[in-house]
Design a protein around this ligand. Structure first.
Ligand SMILES: Cc1cc2nc3c(=O)[nH]c(=O)nc-3n(C[C@H](O)[C@H](O)[C@H](O)COP(=O)(O)O)c2cc1C
Length: 180
């Protein structure tokens, strides 16, 4: 398994709408063994599609602009191809995609926790987007500018990276701060 426990991966999820057109939307996903874990707010069309059809495809892409394009619902110029089993759209040139079946949906006040099982896994490139990585660069820039107000970035790192990486990052930060 190439996905690390405790890391929140940012992805784009493909689902089928009721009228058979498709939907794409960004989500964060935790992956452990053969399962994916998502928190989906109730207003999301993706959630409705997952609850109805029970299938979804998780696309891992490199291009940050795609997240905005997808949110703007500008699907026309996003090239896709059908996934192996579900024939749901896979974003062309993605780093990887996972075909998933919903196993559990736990309802809370504003959101659902969705547990999915990975049916198939296609990995083309092992570079996965993680917000924590970008936060490291933001912190590095801030520290070189003597700006030590890094609480927000650290909280994102804690939420999106594994615990050992978090400890390592904190250690580097205190070394940098000490030397300044
Ligand atoms: C990088 C990124 C990660 C996101 N992660 C989540 C998430 O984990 N859960 C969620 O409910 N919304 C998340 N969102 C917000 C949804 O993408 C947003 O509500 C979107 O409009 C849902 O689209 P849909 O209604 O087509 O499903 C995220 C947005 C971005 C940009």
């Amino acid at each position: 398994m190439i996905f690390k426990k405790g890391v929140l991966y940012e992805c784009i999820i493909s689902t089928k709408n009721e009228d058979s057109s498709y939907n794409l939307a960004p989500f964060g996903v935790y992956i452990f063994k053969n399962n994916v874990f998502l928190k989906m707010y109730k207003w999301s069309r993706t959630l409705k599609n997952v609850l109805r059809s029970r299938i979804f495809v998780i696309n891992f892409v490199q291009d940050g602009i795609l997240f905005l394009k997808v949110l703007a619902k500008e699907f026309n110029d996003i090239e896709t191809f059908p996934s192996e089993n579900f024939k749901l759209p896979v974003i062309k040139n993605c780093n990887a995609y996972l075909e998933c079946i919903m196993e559990e949906a736990k309802e809370y006040k504003d959101f659902y926790f969705i547990k999915g099982k990975i049916l198939s896994e296609k990995i083309f490139n092992k570079n996965f987007i993680n917000r924590g990585n970008y936060m490291c660069i933001e912190i590095a820039i801030k520290l070189t500018r003597r700006n030590f107000n890094i609480e927000k970035e650290l909280s994102i790192i804690k939420k999106t990276m594994d615990y050992n990486s978090f400890l390592q990052i904190k250690n580097y930060i205190s070394k940098i701060v000490k030397n300044r």
